[in-house]
Write a protein that binds this ligand. Structure first.
Ligand SMILES: Cc1cc2nc3c(=O)[nH]c(=O)nc-3n(C[C@H](O)[C@H](O)[C@H](O)COP(=O)(O)OP(=O)(O)OC[C@H]3O[C@@H](n4cnc5c(N)ncnc54)[C@H](O)[C@@H]3O)c2cc1C
Length: 289
């Protein structure tokens, strides 16, 4: 099935858009964490959200979850790895799942994980964000895994069963990856090197390790690599006042479009984006598409 809309991200922007699209009875696939954006529950006190004076982040999170349930909405609990234009609609890859939608909303927040030098250039040529999608290509080969969160440890374990040799870069404490199958690296990676394909990882101390592939397992994938051709400006998605991006049927809302990073701005932009998506869908319908 081709959905009317795909929403990526479960923060205030995504929630606002999902509610509005649901009210207008559009078919919707919503990709993101079932417990919503960590930036909601983490706030100590919120004093600028109308109707919730001095709420804690957890109170706002509960109110959002209640609203989502009442409206009969649901989330997939999946991270999107890549999106591809399909000539009129979009294909969305999330882990081993694949969805299609006529419109796409980026409500992905800010990308705060640094991208390695050379990473964007080598995506699909040895750089991967998805163990399930690409792991089998590296059976018996040497790979590097850059992992930034325990959420991805099962993917690292899966890869270490397939690859011959795994160099593990894990810059956080108490990493739960099965250490018997990997070489734990000290210096962190600075760059991915290669001309036609990935050839090596260069570390911050200048040491170079030849590898066949690099898996970057992190919470957010850089916007520029998630959907090829998506225009960005200083790290944010470029949009107009209708929240349209440079690509037809693709919209963005919330922190990912720029400052100020605020709940109410995200909610407002999610609402505007949803209405623009409705207009776009109505036009498609008029054209019999
Ligand atoms: C500690 C703290 C306190 C704050 N206090 C306030 C406050 O008092 N008032 C205020 O107005 N603002 C506050 N903020 C800012 C506020 O949290 C953000 O502006 C707001 O959450 C932005 O909403 P968003 O929907 O744009 O993005 P986010 O809330 O960041 O949500 C984006 C979601 O998209 C998900 N995502 C990203 N990439 C993918 C992908 N590839 N696939 C699937 N999902 C993806 C992310 O995991 C995340 O869950 C605070 C922020 C923090 C961290």
């Amino acid at each position: 099935m081709i959905y009317d809309a795909a929403i990526i991200g479960a923060g205030p922007a995504g929630i606002s858009a999902a509610l509005n699209l649901k009210i207008h009875e559009k078919s919707l696939i919503w990709l993101g964490s079932k417990s919503l954006s960590g930036k909601i529950a983490r706030a100590e006190r919120i004093s600028n959200y109308p109707g919730f004076p001095n709420a804690t982040g957890e109170e706002l999170q509960q109110a959002f979850l209640h609203h989502i349930e009442v409206m009969g909405l649901s989330l997939t609990d999946e991270m999107v790895n890549s999106i591809l234009p399909m000539g009129g609609h979009y294909a969305i890859m999330a882990g081993s799942d694949f969805y299609e939608a006529k419109t796409v909303l980026f409500a992905t927040g800010t990308v705060n994980t640094a991208v390695l030098k050379g990473e964007s250039e080598l995506v699909g040529r040895g750089v991967s964000y998805c163990a399930t999608c690409d792991g089998a290509l590296y059976r018996g080969k040497t790979i590097a895994i850059v992992i930034t969160s325990p959420r991805f440890e099962h993917e690292a374990n899966y890869l270490s069963d397939l690859a011959d040799q795994v160099l593990l870069f894990a810059p956080y404490k108490d990493c739960g990856v099965d250490m018997s199958k990997v070489t734990v690296m000290g210096p962190m990676p600075a760059a991915i090197e290669g001309t036609k394909r990935v050839e090596a990882v260069r570390c911050i101390d200048g040491s170079v390790y030849p590898v066949d592939g690099v898996f970057c397992l992190r919470e957010s994938v850089a916007l520029s690599t998630l959907l090829p051709g998506l225009q960005t400006e200083e790290g944010h998605i470029a949009v107009n006042r209708a929240m349209e991006t440079n690509l037809p049927g693709v919209y963005a809302a919330g922190d990912c479009t720029g400052r100020p990073y605020q709940y109410t701005k995200a909610v407002g932009e999610g609402n505007v984006a949803a209405h623009s998506m409705l207009e776009y869908l109505a036009n498609l319908e008029k054209q019999g598409k």
